[in-house]
Write a protein that binds this ligand. Structure first.
Ligand code: ZN
Ligand code: ZN
Length: 359
């Protein structure tokens, strides 16, 4: 495949170098020494291996650890788990996402052009992480979901941008759409001998408050642990900003079991801004917590009406249809959820990565 001007023009110039260690599934380094890595415009270098960026289908990053999913030439998926020992893992993820997403969108465009359906190609640059979101096959909606930085973005021209919307994601702890931050949870103990534990988590403020209070009581008897527990509590109580701050008010009620109270907050929010797909999604979660599946389905469908590619709403709805074997609903849902990703073409770089044994 030719490296066309259309592809290279949008790529971030330069090489981002870093050092890394591979981790095993228990999170322990697989070797003593770190290796050299680099995100180049077209390739990802990991020690002796070179991976074309169009084969990187997904990346996850938390603090200094990363997980990369790579499509192999034989149609499989290979996961690299690594720890960045020198360099900024967040920036490395961003550079990989920006470049691989541009490639994947370009491949989609080529495929649709070959099928004489070039008018169906649609893409959108994420204003938060600058990755390219492939929207081919999706209906045009006020909000767009970026699967690279996991945020909902109001599409300019279709919706009024909402301040701080890049701060909200789905919380891995409670599954609600809320204000997500990274928290360090420190616990000092003295049981026979002194020791401490440190846990790092990405949480919504509502979950962080619950954990912070618990942590404070646990650390209360210990002089060393108490100040850090107090610091966690202050961070968890830092007030979110803008009109979306009210999402957290609803989440606090929802996580305390007050589903009706939460719904009242969410309803007030969508009364002001009807296209908040994340808030409709939260209303779907509260309906599920009330064991009202019919209402939950309708609310997740509304979330997709306002953000057609909102993957978390799609995933929950798909699982609900699958559990009830609703084939008709399932077919309609899947057909509305964009065009399939094009298969990665044969290796245009000489098969170096295949030779390193991960195909
Ligand atoms: Zn993004
Ligand atoms: Zn949470």
């Amino acid at each position: 495949m030719a490296k066309s001007a259309a592809v290279t023009q949008g790529l971030i110039p330069g090489t981002l170098s870093f050092k890394f260690q591979y981790l095993n599934t228990s999170g322990q380094p697989r070797s003593v020494f770190a290796q050299d890595g680099a995100v180049e415009p077209l390739e990802l270098v990991l020690g002796p291996e070179t991976v074309p960026l169009f084969r990187v289908t997904m990346t996850h990053q938390f603090l200094d650890q990363m997980s990369l999913f790579v499509a192999t030439p034989k149609g499989g998926l290979f996961e690299f788990i690594l720890k960045v020992t020198r360099g900024d893992a967040g920036q490395i993820k961003k550079a990989i996402d920006q470049r691989s997403s541009l490639w994947l969108a370009h491949l989609q465009k080529i495929k649709l052009t070959e099928e004489s359906k070039s008018s169906e190609f649609k893409s959108f640059p994420c204003p938060n992480c600058r990755s390219t979101i492939d929207l081919s096959g999706f209906s045009q909606t006020p909000q767009v979901y970026c699967g690279y930085c996991s945020t909902l973005v109001s599409h300019p021209g279709r919706a009024v941008p909402i301040p701080f919307e890049a701060e909200l994601q789905i919380c891995p702890e409670c599954s609600l759409y809320g204000w997500i931050r990274d928290f360090s949870i420190f616990f000092f103990y003295f049981l026979g001998q002194a020791g401490w534990s440190l846990d790092r988590k990405r949480l919504c403020c509502s979950c962080a408050r619950r954990i912070a209070w618990r942590n404070l009581w646990k650390n209360l008897p210990f002089v060393l642990g108490f100040p850090t527990a107090l610091a966690l509590l202050f961070k968890a109580f830092r007030k979110p900003k803008g009109s979306l701050a009210r999402v957290e008010d609803g989440n606090i009620l929802a996580n305390a079991g007050d589903v009706r109270g939460a719904d009242r907050v969410y309803e007030a929010l969508i009364g002001d801004v009807p296209y908040l797909a994340g808030v409709h999604y939260n209303r779907g979660i509260t309906a599920l917590r009330s064991e009202d599946e019919t209402t939950a389905r309708a609310r997740f469908q509304t979330a997709l009406k306002y953000a057609a590619n909102f993957e978390p709403a799609f995933d929950v709805l798909r699982n609900l249809y699958l559990s009830r074997r609703d084939q008709t609903f399932l077919k309609d849902l899947e057909s509305a959820f964009g065009l399939p990703r094009p298969a990665a073409p044969d290796d245009p770089f000489g098969g170096q990565y295949d030779a390193q044994g991960y195909s």
